[in-house]
Design a binder for this molecule. Structure first.
Ligand code: UDP
Length: 254
């Protein structure tokens, strides 16, 4: 199926439009966006994003204004199933991005990495370019710059003539940032990627494959960074499931 048809397959998940795309369909759309003549925004949602979107209207609106929103997180897939919504499955950037980069390399697409702690995006870039020598990562920039440097960073991105800008500031900051500055940014594709650079650089371990494949990535992340993430996962996952169950009860007309 071609990209425009894929984009029309969207479900309303607790007020957020989520596209029913699997990982290869996501790739099809990214490549189609990168060769188009219009700027496109790609975003993802996981359980934490859905909880934030319920109380942060600006973030919800930005998600709904994106060209493509894909499910990244087992919670969203389980929640969709409970609500009878059709979502193919999750696509996790840390899994698919190396392969996507091989397609970017073969098409000569230029990529810019923006986000994460100092040195992390550049380490991720070095690792990927070692794997795919034809890959053009035309710039990297950490995500802890002072606000008054924003315009210099936008110039740096535009001067690199990147086709695809990956923004990894975490949700909802990256989505709000993309929405605010996209009109000043040159890349065709602007894509929020969360903690991707931490994983690609090896800074944050992913956890055993068995757990990742069985919807327990959140547990691995919690073990890796308990102080930062306990509230997000232990409280957030419960709130998310409560939201889904409440919606399910409403649907059944009780
Ligand atoms: N980050 C950043 N600038 C900031 C705050 C966060 O670049 O001002 C980075 C942080 O270093 C990490 C990413 O944003 O690489 C957030 O990762 P997280 O796993 O929380 O993202 P998620 O995908 O879960 O939203």
């Amino acid at each position: 199926m071609k990209c425009p048809d894929l984009l029309s397959r969207q479900v309303d998940f607790l007020g957020v439009g989520v596209n029913d795309v699997n990982t290869s369909q996501l790739l099809e759309c990214v490549l189609s966006f990168a060769s188009g003549n219009q700027q496109r925004k790609i975003m993802y949602v996981n359980a934490d994003c859905m909880v934030i979107a319920q109380r942060n209207e600006a973030y919800r609106e930005v998600l709904n204004s994106a060209d493509l929103v894909y499910p990244d997180g087992a919670g969203v897939v389980i929640g969709a199933k409970i609500l009878g919504l059709k979502i193919a499955g999750r696509s996790t950037a840390a899994d698919f991005m190396p392969e996507f980069c091989s397609h970017f390399a073969s098409r000569g697409l230029r990529v810019f990495f923006l986000g994460a702690r100092e040195g992390v995006a550049s380490r991720a870039a070095t690792k990927l370019m070692a794997k795919y020598p034809d890959l053009k990562i035309v710039g990297t920039q950490h995500g802890y710059f002072p606000r008054h440097d924003t315009w210099d960073i936008i110039s740096k991105v535009n001067e690199s003539q990147a086709d695809i800008l990956l923004v990894g500031f975490g949700a909802p900051y990256q989505e709000l940032w993309i929405d605010r500055y996209c009109n000043h940014l040159g890349p065709k594709v602007i894509w929020g990627v969360g903690g991707l650079f931490d994983f690609l650089s090896g800074r944050t371990p992913r956890g055993p494959r068995l757990l990742l494949d069985h919807g327990l990535e959140w547990l691995c992340r919690l073990v890796a960074e308990p102080r930062r993430l306990w509230r997000r996962y232990l409280v957030g996952n419960v709130i998310f499931m409560a939201m889904v169950i409440r919606q399910r009860i409403r649907q059944s007309g009780w």
